[in-house]
Structures are given as structure tokens and as C-alpha cells.
Design a protein around this ligand. Sequence first.
Ligand code: ZN
Length: 561
Amino acid sequence: MKKHLLAALALALGVVLGLYALSLPTPLAAEGTGVADAAPAGGFSARRAFGDIEAIARAPHAVWDQASLVPVRAYIRERLTALGLEVTTTRYPPVTDKFGRSYPLENLGASLPGTSGSSLLLVSHYDSSPKKRAAEQDGSRGAADDGYGVSTMLEIARVLVASKEPRVNGVRFLFTDAEETGLLGARAELQQNLAAYRDVNFVVNLEARGVKGPAVMFETGTGNLATLQLYEAARRPFAYSFAVDVYRRMPNGTDFTWFVRSGFAGLNFAVLDDLSYYHTPRDEPANVSLASLQHYGEQALPVVQAYARDARYAGKGVFASTQDMVYFSWLPGVFVAWPGEWDAAFAALLAAACGVWARRELAAGRATPGASLRWLGVWLGGALASLAVGLGVSLAAAKLMGLEWKLTYLPNVPHERLVTWALVLGVWGAAYALAGRVARDPARRAGDRSPLLGAIGLQLLLLAVVHAALPGGTFLFSAPLLVALLALVAADLAKRPWLALLGVVFAASLYLPVLHLFSLALTLGALGGVLLLAALPAALAAALACDRGAAEPAGGAGAAG
Ligand SMILES: [Zn+2]
């Protein structure tokens, strides 16, 4: 009983830490307003930026109603002019979008030059979405999409102008037209006006897919090693390297897509929560999150400032790299990153350490090779069963709702979150029950570590597969495995088996935000993938939770290690 309680406590602690990782900064008021939560001098104020969202999102402003764009452009021009910036308007003759409608394009630009001749370009789109596909509705006011981007850029412009700090590198602003109907404004700039971006060597795109939650840095240019080094300037970095790999395989696009195609380095941010507001009239000022807006600023502003003040970032090609970083956010402000080039060596070292540990366990008679292999099969089978259950539930949900089933787009299924988390908990519970059978069954040996060896073997196997197929995802297996191994060694050395539960705490805290983002981004259509992803660490966590430590004599012979 005490054992179950401790395991439940470890899981609960992991969940709390995982939720903490998803927590957002306090939205700050304008500095000098005297209130307790005022931004520091030169800081980003979401409360002030929100004024821009209110102004832009007064009414829907989609390109199919050209007149509705006029006040939005006028507002952006007015704000930039008031800050002392010169606004350039680049017009393009009418284009026909993929829906068969034609209209001219008008992109707005501004610049705060530096002395080096190199510039960072901030990009957001000022049009809002018309109804384009199922589950979308006419009349989105674009408060989040892309009011977050536009207002963040205006607030950054204000901070930079007010700071009077000399800039080595310049900062430029591009507000694009017709993003929602096919990235047309950005495409026009890069296909017809590329020379105007010769000075730009870094792009920060600010987007939204949903209205709240963390502003996730979900995409980079190709070869993001140097890009990530600049991103580490962000105050609350929130990013997972597998997102870049996944996104590169998805059909979705933002303005940033055109910049990546044109070879630019940079970062792309978006909130992902919640899709039921996305491209609907509910995307209005009342539904945006000031905390999310602050989170855009906490990340983008320090990156822009670090870029502007550092001569290292001047020049063509300084962000060029042939390799990507592997990275993940853990707690707020805790960002772990290493070059992809180290990953193979890291995995090999980890495998060697696991091998040494496993040999010791086998020699001590606390596990057998046969039973460990069988357990590897059991854990893998459990993961595949979870995949099947998730797939089945999402297919059934699509049928019940009368929606076309799509792996990456099955939005607005009622209670989708409840269903997802209940099933994730079910997967973890089932894994725990499975591992617990060994501990309880008198016919099997108490202190048998075969389930643990099997789970570790599975992690190593997955690490190898993911390293080859989705290199940004290796941390999902290497980090929990490293923590588990350290926790086990500590537990054995200190003769305190409960220390192994630290591995459970870490796995849960790492996976909770990952599973959350994964299910938000891909919707219930990907429930199978979510449950598969939940089952993989569940095997390790369950085996750790049921472990009785090396101190306890194994039931059979060879207990003396
Ligand atoms: Zn958008």
C-alpha cells in the first residue's frame, strides 16, 4: 500500500512539475504606471500591447473584404509613425488565390537600422482568416491570429525606440497581407522583392494557431545550431526539437515557410491552444490571453535585443549550419540544448552505461536475459496496443461526429481533452499494473529486475530508431533514461529504493507538456500517436515505480551482488 502511495505521489509530483512547465509569465503593465506588476524600464508590456490587439481586432479583416483591411493598415502605419519610424508600403498587382478570388497585395515595412548593415526581420500578418475549411467560420477578428504577432512587433518597436541603446545590427518589421489565403504577401516579397532583404540574416515570425497557452517556438530554418544559440537569449524559452522535425513533415505553412524556402535562418512562434477558437468569430480580443502575449514578448524581445547589440551576428552566413540542435524545455526558464552532432556519442555513452548496469544486474541474478527480452516484448506490445486503442477511439469519434478522419486535423470533438488525458492515465496505470504483477506474484521472484531491464532495452531501441528517423526527438528517450539510470544507481548506493521514483517524476514532468502540445497541434486525429508516445516512457516509469531496489534480497539464489 505504501508502495502504491509513493508511486502515486511521484506521478503527482511529475504532473505538477509538468503543469508548471506550461505556466505562463505574469502579464505586465506599462512601466512607470506605479502598479505592482509594471514592466521594468525597457521591458515588454502585454497590457500595453493588448491595446493594439483591441484596435486591430475591432472587426473581421479578411482579404476577401478589401475595405476591412484599410483601418488595420492605417492603424499600423499610425503607430509606427508615432514612434518615429518611416513606413514603407509595397504594393503588388492583383493575384488570384487558391480559392479563385483576386485582390491586390499591400505589405507594410519599417526599419530601425544598425551600424553593421545586417538586420533581423520580424514578421507577422495583418489579415484575419475568412472561412476556408470545415470547423472554420467567417468573421474571425484575428485578435490572436495574428493580433499576437502584430501587437508583439509594435511593442518591440516601442521598446527599441525608447531604449536609445545604440544598435550594431538593425531590426526590421514586415507586416504581410493575405497570409491566410496562401501566404501571398510573404511570397510576393520573396519572389518579386528579394533584393530588399539582402541585409536580413535572421527572421522571427510570430503566428498563432489557437488563442492561448505558451507561445511555442515550433519551427526554425534548416541547420539551426547557431539559431538556437541566439534563441537561448529568450527569457522563458519554450521549445522542443522534435516539433521542428514534425512540422517539416506537415502540410501546414506560415509566412515563415517562404523565408525557410528562400534560405533564411530564424525562429517561428505560435500559441497552439485551443483550436475551437481558431479561425472563428471567437478569435476576438475578449478571448486572447495576456499571459500568452507576455510570453511572446519574453521570448522575442530578448532575442531581438541580443541580436541588435552583438557584432557577432553581423554578416551573411553567421547563422548557417549543417546541423540541428537537440533541445527541450523543462521547467520555466530551464532550457536544455546540445548540438545534434553530439547526439550519437551521447547515445553510445548512455547505452554503454546501461550495459554495465544490466550486466551487474544479470550477474547478481536480479534478472535473466530471457525474462528481460520477454519484458521488452511486453512493453513494446503494450505501446502498440495503446496506439491501436488511440486510433480506434479517434476513428470512432470522427464517425460519431460525422467528420472526415484526418491524422492531423480532427478539431472540436467534445471532451477531447478529457478523453485524451483519461486514456493517457489509463496507459500509465496499465503499465504500472503490469509491472506490479511481478512484484506481487509469489511464483515470480521478488526483486526481479527483468521488467526494468526490458524497459531500459526498449528505451535504447527507440533511441536508435528515433536518432535515425526523427533526430530532434532523441531527448524523449535519452533524457528520461539518463535520469532513470542515475536514480537507480543512487537508490542502490543509498539503499533507498524509493529514490528510483525520481526517474518517474522526471519522465512525467517531461512528457506532460510534450503530450499536451502534441495533442493540441495534431488534434484528436493523432490520439493513437499520443497514446503511443505516452506508453513509451510509461514502461520505464512503471518498472521504476515497482522496483524494490538491489538492497532487497532476490527470492532466488545469487542475491549477493
Ligand atoms: Zn496566422
